[in-house]
Design a protein around this ligand. Structure first.
Ligand SMILES: O=C(O)CCCC[C@@H]1SC[C@@H]2NC(=O)N[C@@H]21
Length: 252
């Protein structure tokens, strides 16, 4: 057993790796072997890191790659809202390790942006035995600590580039501490306080937005987040749409 090199709150169990294909895949393998809720997979490097929509996630040594296994006792649609809790926890962690120099915005559904550039992405994957109730969730989080990918279509940044160099360990430790802060609030009060915290950091509220859905594209104003975590888009004629999945683009 590798000696843990970071301090974790009670209920979190570190699996520390030098290199792995994807921490999300490792978390799923462990889950399928019966690993308990709270298992935290941390790798210094990923060979096939994955982003949403099948994109590759560049994973050189120097950035954070972690996946948290949770087994919440609730339906999948409730568990999916934990992605907002994770986004808030990571935003707070980045802010704290930067000595309050950086205040990330939460971009729906779960990117973290600084000055319009992505600093962190979250990939939530779930499994259910009956299609309704959650068996487990794997919540992968990547943070650009030292490096960021050069992608003109999706501008990114890193803590180092923003003048806030820090260690991957500090980000991970602070992130897990913030999850440990928010999870009991979620358990006691549900999604409402998480939604509120997310909205105080929401990127692009009141601004024009384009939502690219599987069948069509909608244009309107991003007016908020509903009680289920769907993005509320209002068209110019006042029609409101609740977007539960898809990709959104802000014009600013
Ligand atoms: O914004 C996205 O597209 C989501 C990126 C998620 C990347 C993280 S890095 C740790 C975990 N393992 C993966 O393969 N992906 C997630």
């Amino acid at each position: 057993m590798t000696k843990p090199t970071i301090r974790l709150p009670e209920g979190f169990y570190l699996h520390e790796l030098d290199v792995i294909d994807s921490t999300n895949d490792e978390a799923k393998r462990l889950a399928d072997k019966g690993a308990q809720s709270g298992a935290l997979i941390w790798a210094r490097q990923q060979t096939t890191g994955r982003g949403r929509r099948g994109r590759a996630w560049s994973s050189p040594v120097g950035n954070l790659y972690s996946s948290l296994l949770l087994r919440p006792d609730c339906p999948l649609f409730e568990a999916a809202k934990l992605t907002f809790l994770i986004a808030v926890a990571m935003a707070e962690a980045i802010e704290m390790v930067s000595g309050n120099q950086i205040r990330p915005d939460c971009k729906w559904p779960n990117d973290l942006m600084v000055n319009g550039r992505k600093i962190s992405g979250i990939l939530l994957e779930s499994a259910s035995n009956d299609g309704t109730q959650t068996d487990y969730l794997v919540i992968g989080a990547g943070v650009n600590v030292a490096f960021y990918p050069d992608d003109a279509e999706r501008p990114a940044t890193s803590l180092a580039a923003l003048g806030a160099p820090t260690s991957v360990k500090d980000v991970l430790q602070t992130y897990v501490a913030r999850i440990a802060h928010w999870l009991p609030i979620w358990e006691a009060q549900g999604f409402a306080p998480i939604r509120e915290a997310w909205l105080t950091r929401a990127y692009g509220v009141g601004e024009p937005v384009i939502a690219r859905l599987t069948q069509r594209t909608l244009e309107g104003t991003f007016v908020g987040l509903d009680d289920d975590g769907a993005l509320v888009l209002r068209e110019t004629d006042g029609t409101e749409h609740r977007i539960g999945a898809g990709e959104v683009f802000f014009k600013t």
